[in-house]
Design a protein. Structure first.
Length: 497
């Protein structure tokens, strides 16, 4: 099975969230399972520095429309997965993240940057490919590669089957409709049964409409995005394509996220020997300037500071959390007004609350281990990785019942404790009162050491590795590979409105 995995992010060199980590771990698991997978990713500066001997294997002098010329470099990652680096300095050698400049603004030419990525992905998956290696499956990820299935649809000859993975439907890659020609797409693509979305052009819509299969990152989220609340304008299209839609729960890198081997911890530990976790709590309090309070549990969070993550709910009940009593250590960056409110909360409760704006990978590991309770009150969460990290580290999470959080965290109750499935605390309504009630329950459980140790062990023995997800993706690929070869054809009819 030959698979071309297309992504705008690749950890550890360029990541803005979970997609970067998934784009490293899933291909690695597929490769280990025997899939001939290659990753196509923009040649950002950190990747070029990491692979200085990457060799040119193809040129795209005229990729189409107003897209920049580019070349393809080939390298091999340490895990054995081949990398195809799309080298275009005009598009990808710049300061900032994959999508934003150093001031936090979208790059104004993102449509051309990721239009190039999509176009090259389609060419590599078609008879027009300059490479001898041809994929049977083109696996696209989120809106930056969403135009690839559209381009492939209009290319002549035999071509790969396509999979479109939704990691977060809220990000849709919407641009003015008159960018169609610059992106190298034919006029007939700009239609309701195509890339047009309410008078504009949507990369995400293109992927959802033209891909042969659609996957998303948890079973619960696959159901949620078919509702108006979570569908962000695509609910009708996704309901129409429900037979082609499957939710596959993400995994985590069990080698990187393992308290028994984690080099970022002052003392390593495992579920049968939890005393070592206290050393991380002491170190975390020291790093965040928190008081040593034996009677207070330490709540922790690592996240983007946004409305989606429910941090406004936390801000509203901050003073009440301090009175429980409980402490809080938060690491993240994002919305400046929410950052300011969180910093203000920390100033009102020095030694009890501390907020670190920014990101530090080692500190993130220490926080997962050092916190007693992990907070994840997201309004929506397609999958979420941090709740799995916290379960792995014996840090029972508090989560809202949504997306992958609902698929991984089992609320603590008499019944779930008796069955051995309880591993955290779940609340339903996205309200400050509901979050506070869940925190009160968690703090009360923390004071019952026997109960708490049971919760910790229930979470730590779970297997969140990638092998199960990789097997499911292989089943999706195999089903597509068994279908008739694809050729350029007519437009697909759909319920897009």
């Amino acid at each position: 099975m030959k698979v071309l995995f297309v992504t705008p992010e690749l950890a550890p060199w360029m990541k803005s969230g979970g997609l970067g980590e998934i784009s490293w771990s899933l291909p690695a698991a597929l490769h280990q399972a025997g899939v001939d997978v290659r990753i196509l990713v923009p040649a950002y500066a950190p990747l070029l520095a990491a692979f200085p001997t990457a060799k040119p294997v193809a040129e795209f002098a005229q990729p189409g429309g107003a897209l920049h010329p580019a070349q393809l470099l080939e390298a091999k990652a340490a895990n054995g997965v081949p990398l195809l680096l799309l080298d275009c300095p005009a598009c990808f050698l710049r300061e900032g993240s994959a999508y934003l400049d150093i001031y936090g603004n979208d790059f104004t030419d993102n449509h051309l940057r990721f239009g190039l990525l999509s176009r090259v992905a389609a060419l590599l998956a078609s008879e027009a490919s300059p490479l001898r290696w041809r994929p049977e499956i083109l696996h696209c990820n989120d809106w930056p590669s969403g135009l690839a299935p559209a381009h492939l649809h209009f290319l002549p000859g035999e071509k790969a089957a396509t999979v479109m993975s939704i990691h977060n439907l809220a990000f849709q890659g919407i641009f003015p409709g008159d960018t169609l020609a610059a992106l190298g797409l034919p006029p007939q693509a700009y239609a309701i049964e195509g890339v047009e979305f309410w008078g504009q052009l949507s990369f995400m819509k293109a992927g959802l409409h033209y891909a042969d299969r659609i996957t998303t990152v948890s079973p619960r989220y696959a159901e949620e995005i078919q509702t108006e609340e979570f569908g962000y304008g695509f609910a009708g299209l996704l309901r129409w394509r429900r037979q082609d839609l499957v939710g596959i729960l993400n995994g985590i890198d069990m080698g990187v996220w393992d308290p028994a081997t984690d080099p970022h911890l002052p003392r390593r530990y495992e579920y049968a020997h939890l005393k070592g976790k206290e050393a991380s709590k002491t170190a975390l309090r020291s790093r965040f300037g928190l008081l040593e309070e034996g009677s207070s549990p330490l709540l922790g969070a690592v996240c983007r500071i946004t409305h989606q993550k429910g941090l406004d709910l936390l801000i509203e009940i901050g003073d009440e959390i301090a009175l429980l009593p409980a402490q809080l250590a938060l690491l993240g960056t994002g919305d400046k007004s929410l950052e300011a409110a969180l910093l203000g909360l920390a100033q009102r409760h020095p030694g009890r609350f501390s907020v670190w704006t920014g990101f530090d990978d080692g500190l993130a590991h220490l926080l997962e281990a050092g916190a007693d309770i992990y907070l994840m009150p997201s309004r929506f969460e397609p999958c979420g990785l941090n709740q799995m990290y916290s379960l792995r580290y014996g840090t029972p999470p508090i989560v809202r019942e949504t997306g992958g959080l609902a698929d991984t965290v089992v609320d603590c109750s008499d019944a779930t404790l008796a069955s051995g499935t309880a591993n955290g605390f779940v609340f339903r309504q996205a309200s400050p009162a509901a979050l506070l009630e869940a925190i009160r329950r968690a703090v009360a459980a923390w004071h019952d050491k026997a109960l708490w140790h049971k919760l910790q062990r229930n979470g730590m023995v779970l297997d969140f590795g990638w092998s199960k997800a990789a097997n499911t993706y292989q089943s999706v690929y195999a089903g597509l590979a068994g279908e008739p070869k694809r050729k350029a054809g007519g437009a697909r009819r759909s319920a897009n409105r």
